[in-house]
Design a protein around this ligand. Structure first.
Ligand code: FAD
Ligand code: NAP
Length: 310
């Protein structure tokens, strides 16, 4: 039986692991991929204190090295659900069940699909959700980026180092991205915009993407734009399917917690992007992780007191 089982090794989970293991608790961290979470798909991080600028995968590696220093145990696994057994919890993966006195859910979220014709067909053949992973395959090509948030605009700028032109297609005439990121895009001569427009279909030949069909939502006009690749950044969906049965999510699927990161189940915490919250950032993820990492210690101590009284 572990003191703490952490599900997910993004910045939130890794920080919770660091804090809990430094309190001398036995910690198991279960991850379905490489540690780092969304940081592995991020080009440059410029808003993590202490680093003027750092590549996402490098920050992920540094955090991981720090997180496991105090004896955290790692396991590969895709968590399917948790069972509350009162004094302990079970965490179920595809082939194993682990027991823990407490659980910290840190599964984050995943890019949303656009849901248009051609998206699935050309995934990996010109359709991408990760500029860091795939950008270099598109040297001297025109690229389309869909979305108007921080991810779309920041990754569009990143892609200009490879592409001949990067065109952001946004459904409104105003970006959602932070002002500083917007200003950089407006000042980059390789970045162009198609406003008030949605991508209706991703076009291609037998092999690769050749362009997109776009509709102007104001005029209804439909046009085709040639492009060698399409990068989609239209928001995020929480990775909470395994916890739906536990009744700790809201209607949209985000996990509800208080400011101590406690869910409705005593001993079960949620941290980082997976929570219903206002600002989804690396800094807020590590903040959540540190709070939960400390809270589990207090919770386990309080359970000992209850046992002594009984
Ligand atoms: P995640 O990073 O999503 O990590 C969750 C982890 O849980 C993943 O490793 C996942 O594999 C694992 N997991 C999920 N489900 C399961 C399961 N069932 N079983 C086992 N493991 C599971 N923020 C900034 O502050 N600055 C930036 O510059 C910045 N740039 C960004 C650029 C992009 C393109 C994107 C998409 C995001 C960016 N962000 C940035 C946001 C930031 O990356 C996130 O807020 C942060 O990573 C959230 O951390 P997390 O630990 O909560 O979740
Ligand atoms: P987001 O902020 O939710 O933005 C999604 C964008 O996609 C919005 O502009 C939205 O348009 C558009 N969109 C949504 N559905 C669409 C559809 N079906 N068709 C066309 N467009 C659609 O998502 P995000 O940019 O991925 O950011 C997620 C979180 O990560 C945010 O909290 C963000 O701050 C954070 N992040 C931070 C940084 C940083 O700090 N440097 C970098 C990246 C991400 P509308 O604007 O019209 O709604």
């Amino acid at each position: 039986m572990y003191d703490v089982i952490i599900i997910g090794a993004g910045p939130a989970g890794m920080t919770a692991a660091l804090y809990a293991s430094r309190s001398n608790l036995s910690v198991l961290m279960i991850e379905r991929g490489a540690p780092g979470g969304q940081m592995n798909n991020t080009a440059e991080v410029e808003n993590y204190p202490g680093f003027e600028s750092i590549m996402g995968p490098e920050l992920a590696f540094k955090m991981y090295e720090g997180a496991i220093k105090f004896g955290v145990e790692n396991a590969y696994g895709i968590v399917q659900g948790i069972n509350d057994q009162g004094s302990f919890k079970e965490v179920v993966t595809e082939d194993k069940t682990y027991q823990g006195k407490t659980v910290i859910i840190a599964t984050g979220c995943v890019h949303r699909k656009l849901g248009v014709k051609g998206e699935e067909e050309f995934a990996g053949r010109g359709v991408s959700y990760c500029a860091v992973c795939d950008g270099a395959f598109f040297r001297n090509k025109r690229l389309i980026v869909v979305g108007g948030g921080d991810s779309a605009v920041e990754e569009a700028i990143y892609l200009t180092q490879f592409a001949s032109e990067v065109t952001i297609v946004h459904r409104r005439d105003e970006l959602r991205a932070q002002k500083i990121i917007q200003d950089r895009a407006f000042g980059n001569e390789k970045v162009t915009f198609i406003w008030d427009s949605v991508v209706e279909e991703i076009l291609g030949n037998d092999m690769v993407v050749t362009g997109v069909q776009i509709k102007n939502v104001q005029t209804g006009e439909v046009t085709e734009e040639a492009a060698g690749g399409v990068f989609i950044y239209v928001g995020l969906d929480p990775l909470t399917e395994p916890f739906k049965a536990s009744n700790i999510t809201n209607e949209a699927g985000w996990i509800l917690t208080n400011d101590q990161m406690e869910t409705a189940i005593p001993g079960v915490y949620a941290v980082g992007d997976v929570r219903e919250k206002g600002l989804r950032q690396i800094t807020t993820a590590v903040g959540d992780g540190s709070i939960a990492g400390q809270q589990v210690f207090d919770f386990i101590e309080s359970q000992k007191d209850i046992e002594t009284v009984q």
